[in-house]
Write a protein of this length. Sequence first.
Length: 262
Amino acid sequence: MLSKVMWGILIPFLGTSLGAGCVFLMRRQLHELVRRGLTGFAAGVMVAASVWSLLIPALEEAGAAGMGVWSFVPAAGGFWAGVLFLLALDHLIPHLHQNARRPEGPPARLPRITMMMLAVTLHNIPEGMAVGVVYAGYLTGAADISAAGALALSLGIAIQNFPEGAIVSMPLRAEGASRRRAFADGVLSGIVEPLAAVFTILAAELVLPALPWLLAFAAGAMLYVVVEELVPEMASGQHSDIGPMAFAAGFTLMMALDVALG
C-alpha cells in the first residue's frame, strides 16, 4: 500500500520533469497558439479533478458522516478556505506570470527568471495538496476512494504537468537561461508537489474528521489558480478557439480517467 502511495505522489512530479526536458529537444520558445492550447488543457484537467476527485468525494464523505442536508458545509467551507489560502500566497510571495509586464506580490529585487519560477511553484502547491489528500483518504479508508481512483488523479495531474513543465522551461530558456538551468528550474518548480502531498497526508491522518474539508480545500485552491492564472493566459492575444477546445479536451480526459479508474 505504501509503495502505491509513494509512486502516486511521484507520478505528477515525473510529468513535470519530463515536460521540462523539452528544453533539450526544442530550439525556440513555444508558439503562442501551442502555449495557449497547453494552458487550456491544463485548466480543463484541473477543473475536472476539482469536481470529480475532490468536491464530490467531500460531499459524499460528509453525507456518510450523517450531516444530511448540511453535507455541503464542509465542501463550501473548505472550498473557500482553499481560495483564500491561494489569495494570501498570491499577495505574500513575489512572482511573475507569463506575458505579464509587472510582477505580483510584495516588491522584491529578484531576477525575472526567479519570479517566473515562483509563479509556477504557487500553481503546483494545490496540485500536490490534491494528490496528498486523495491518498490520505485511501490510506485511512475514511473516504470511498480506491487505489485506482487516487491513481487516476495522479495520472491526470501528471499529464497536465508535462506541458506545464515545458511552459516553465521554454520561457526561462528564452529569457536567457542555459538549457541546464532552464531544465533544473522547471524540475524544481514541481518539487513542491510531492512535498505538499506528504504534508497533506500527515495532516489528514492527524485530523481525520477534517478530511471533507481538506478535499474541498484542495479543490478551492486549484480552481483559484485556474481562474486567476490559466484562463487569462489561454485567452490572451489574438482571438482563437484553441484554448477553449484544449480546455474541453483536458476536462474530458480527466473526467474519463476518474470514472474509468475510480
